[in-house]
Design a protein around this ligand. Structure first.
Ligand SMILES: CC(C)(COP(=O)(O)OP(=O)(O)OC[C@H]1O[C@@H](n2cnc3c(N)ncnc32)[C@H](O)[C@@H]1OP(=O)(O)O)[C@@H](O)C(=O)NCCC(=O)NCCS
Length: 284
């Protein structure tokens, strides 16, 4: 395996991944961010070069200091060859299985390989299988019907991370708060506030350029709020050349419906978000 540091090789890899979209989401989004300023200091590991058969993106070693912080220790994988992927995931220099981490990808083989390695290593694996939604042409997004006389469209500020953390089903702790704070600081976001400055609706994007954390306060739902923020953020990503996509739990009908009404397509691929936490005796 090798860490790909050379900018021209990273550009070449980006082109390779683009040719295999949408299967290469979210690794492609991560590589795009790495090639455009690398705001959260991620890096790319490949099995070999120039004949790449498997790709892994991950934070640089010095970035995540907390061994149990799977929010920040975010990895994405893509393979053209499942054996190369399995070998990369098993390689202790590619992934430290003694620390908590998250692994994302759209390929069933990646999930199965992770599951079998987790069993061998006796670590805990939590599997989230989302539906993948992608917009085929974000230039066609129409303006939302939200009331611009009542709400103001803007971007989130780090001081609002606490409110987002309270509203997040998978958050509510110090690590998730740190993670949300870094998303707000480093990646495109959008929000609606009312005249008094109260936050009404928001949407973020993450290190894989995936749309995430779409939310509207219950009393403001059904007024076109999330449509406005999702379209604002989609427009920002699209203007920078990013694909516009996200993962939604199959049972989350309101979110799915909102995205489908905006023109997103539901792809056949499952969006795996795998959370690995080390065995108790490895935690410190
Ligand atoms: C899903 C959610 C973000 C929608 O927010 P919202 O501001 O009410 O959505 P909007 O008013 O902008 O609606 C956008 C479109 O979705 C449709 N929609 C919204 N809620 C819907 C529902 N419950 N059922 C069916 N369709 C719905 C609307 O008809 C609208 O389409 P239109 O503009 O063509 O009429 C909101 O219900 C919410 O915050 N849910 C909890 C958090 C959540 O699940 N977030 C997603 C995490 S991935």
């Amino acid at each position: 395996m090798l860490i790909l540091n050379c900018p021209s090789k990273l550009q070449l890899l980006e082109g390779l991944l683009r040719r295999s979209l949408p299967h290469t989401l979210p690794a492609y989004g991560a590589v795009m961010h790495i090639n455009r300023g690398n705001p959260v200091q991620h890096e790319v590991v490949v099995d070999s070069w120039p004949e790449v058969k498997a790709v892994l993106t991950r934070p640089r070693q010095e970035v995540v200091k907390d061994n149990l912080d799977y929010y920040a220790n975010l990895h994405a994988a893509f393979y053209w060859d499942i054996d190369a992927c399995q070998a990369l995931l098993e390689n202790a220099e590619a992934i430290d299985w003694g620390r908590a981490f998250q692994l994302q990808g759209l390929q069933d083989g990646m999930y199965e390989a992770t599951k079998s390695i987790a069993e061998t290593k006796c670590v805990h694996l939590e599997t989230y299988a989302y539906q993948t939604l992608m917009h085929p042409d974000p230039s066609t997004l129409h303006p939302s019907r939200f009331r611009s006389d009542v709400f103001h469209l803007g971007i989130l500020s780090p001081s609002q991370a606490t409110l987002l953390n309270e509203a997040w089903d998978f958050g509510g702790n110090d690590r998730s708060l740190r993670y949300l704070d870094s998303l707000i600081r480093c990646f495109p976001s959008a929000c609606l506030v009312d005249k008094a400055g109260q936050l009404i609706s928001w949407n973020l994007s993450d290190p894989m350029a995936c749309l995430t954390h779409g939310y509207t306060l219950p009393q403001y739902r059904g007024q076109g709020c999330v449509r406005a923020v999702a379209q604002a953020i989609a427009g920002k990503l699209y203007s920078r050349g990013f694909p516009v996509y996200c993962g939604i739990l199959a049972e989350n009908q309101p979110s799915k419906q909102a995205l489908v009404r905006m023109g997103f397509h539901i792809l056949p691929e499952t969006y795996y978000m795998l959370i690995v936490t080390p065995a108790l005796n490895l935690q410190n």
